[in-house]
Write a protein that binds this ligand. Structure first.
Ligand code: NAD
Length: 495
């Protein structure tokens, strides 16, 4: 079986006695073993990053952007190779995996412009012959802890900017699909990044805790489920670190009665079942404002019947779930909804697949007449289950979205500009789509939710990213001449 490694100081290394199994979710086969870092391995990764930081922080902006440009070219030329690893270990379809890499590459493109992004400001003669200017400097070693569902894109939300700002990185990918991060690490080295600036530490809670407790780690970017995000935020900040911890989601798509129902049904299918619903921006609650619910459900059901589930390397629309355990958990929510009185319009539990029968399969599932009290609505499910809630007014729909503890993404479908504008203003969610079901911001804006979907102040990438990975410094300067002499113990004032 393939043995996966850590990547420390420019080398693939073993480390840690404990091991995890990596599966191909489309066949159910164990395909690789991944080491779980012990304290000593985590310490080696942080030491490598810490030592590399001492020189990388002095690298010129030109050097840093040159490395990013070179990495961008390698990534662009070999994105198929990376996508194949993602499909094999995660299960999403190849085109979807390619899409993930392309969206991640946008952040690399953005980071290539670091000389402009890190420009400070300068005020001449704030007092007579005194100038003031601001500069931004890297924070040090950065920990990046990522989830299984975007093994390339989520790390890429963070490390290009962290590195371009002059920091060094210890990345801790998900133990379920650790391969993508290793390819990326080797391509960064090939692009000219000095050893130790980007390290990959494989593992679980032990590795995460090492990053959260080591004083040499100054900032942590985390993405994963809300309970772990909260833990990472609280532990990291208690230990004096900057932390941005992005958590789970329950994204609502509100359809107003005036919407084009065909376009809304297409969007609900794409956003509900793409990547088997294992996206933090997936739509899982469809809020139909009456009287259109019956018509909309019929249109979604008609489309859903045509979706092909199977091995992501085949011509299919949707792949398997990440593990058998997760597949069973999601199927359990479907049963719980039935038991609570919801109607199952399409039940994915008996899906026919284009692929190995031992894969972790669950077909697209549509649940109608869900209510706010049902677990299928209260919980993040992270699977191909779309629940329809029926409401009687815009106000009721808004209330539902705002009352939910999560606030990652949401969308409204309508042709009424006034209603859309009102929704954008009133909804308590970090990312809003107007007739766009998955409103993932471009790299030069920032990605992040509200409420239980993000702990911390700054969102991912865009100018928030630059701010998160740098510290501001303000310099007040004058070049002395005899007129500056004299004793004055008063507080400095402008002259
Ligand atoms: P997860 O929380 O299980 O794991 C995330 C990371 O935390 C992994 O690297 C994992 O190894 C580590 N981890 C797991 N248990 C831990 C523990 N007890 N202590 C410390 N670290 C631990 O999440 P997942 O299942 O890999 O990913 C799915 C989740 O991620 C969903 O909740 C999804 O909404 C969320 N997600 C959110 C966003 C966002 O932008 N808000 C993006 C992608 C995924």
């Amino acid at each position: 079986m393939e043995q996966i490694h850590h990547y420390i100081n420019g080398q693939l290394v073993a480390g840690g006695e404990r091991r995890g199994t990596v599966f191909n979710p489309a066949t159910g086969a164990a395909i690789a073993e991944v080491p779980f870092a012990d304290q000593a391995t985590a310490d080696a990764a942080i030491t490598a990053a810490s030592e590399a930081f001492n020189s990388w922080r002095h690298a010129s902006l030109a050097t840093r952007s040159t490395v990013m440009f070179a990495f961008r070219e390698i990534l662009n030329a070999r994105k198929g190779e990376l996508a194949a690893v993602i499909t094999q270990q995660h299960g999403k379809t190849l085109p979807d995996a390619l899409g993930e890499v392309t969206r991640g590459q946008e952040v690399v493109d953005f980071a290539c412009g670091i000389p402009h992004l890190m420009k400070g400001s300068f005020s001449e003669n704030v007092s007579t012959n005194v100038d003031v200017y601001s500069i931004r400097q890297p924070v040090g070693v950065v920990g990046i802890i990522s989830p299984f569902n975007f093994p390339a894109m989520v790390p890429m939300w963070f490390f290009p900017i962290a590195i371009a700002c002059g920091n060094s990185v210890v990345a801790k990918p998900s133990e379920k699909d650790p391969g993508a991060a290793l390819l990326i690490a080797q391509w960064l080295t090939e692009a000219g990044l000095p050893d130790g600036v980007f390290n990959v530490l494989q593992g679980d809670k032990v590795a995460v805790d090492a990053l959260l407790h080591d004083a040499r780690v100054k900032a942590v970017s985390f993405v994963g489920s809300t309970p772990i995000a909260r833990y990472v935020y609280e532990t990291g900040t208690k230990n004096g670190k900057r932390v941005q911890a992005l958590g789970g989601a329950k994204n609502h798509m509100v359809v107003l009665p005036d919407a084009d129902l065909d376009l809304a049904a297409d969007a609900a299918i794409n956003a509900g079942f793409g990547s088997a619903g294992e996206r933090c921006m997936a739509i899982s609650a469809l809020v139909a404002v009456e009287p259109i619910a019956d018509a909309l459900v019929a249109k979604i059901a008609e489309r859903l019947a045509k979706l092909r589930t199977g091995d992501g390397t085949h011509e299919v629309d949707m792949g398997p779930l990440i593990t058998q355990e997760h597949r069973d958990r999601v199927a359990g929510y479907v049963q719980a909804a039935i038991d609570a009185g919801a109607t199952v319009v399409a039940d994915g539990r008996g899906v026919t697949v284009d692929g190995d029968e031992n894969g972790f399969w669950l077909g697209p599932t549509l649940i109608d007449h869900a209510t706010p009290a049902m677990s299928v609505y209260t919980d993040e499910i992270f699977g191909p289950v779309l629940s329809v809630l029926r409401v009687n007014s815009y106000q009721e729909a808004l209330q539902l979205v705002n009352d939910h503890p999560y606030g990652n993404g949401t969308a409204i479908f309508t042709n009424d500009g006034g209603a859309a504008r009102r929704f954008q203003h009133e909804v308590e969610v970090g990312m809003v789509g107007i007739n766009v079901p998955i409103p993932v911001p471009m790299a030069y804006f920032s990605f992040g939710g509200w409420k239980a979907s993000l702990f911390g102040d700054l969102h991912a990438h865009g100018t928030d990213g630059v701010q998160f990975y740098t510290r501001g410094k303000v310099v007040t300067s004058r070049w002395l001449d005899p007129s500056h002499g004299g004793i004055n113990l008063g507080f400095p004032q402008n002259r």
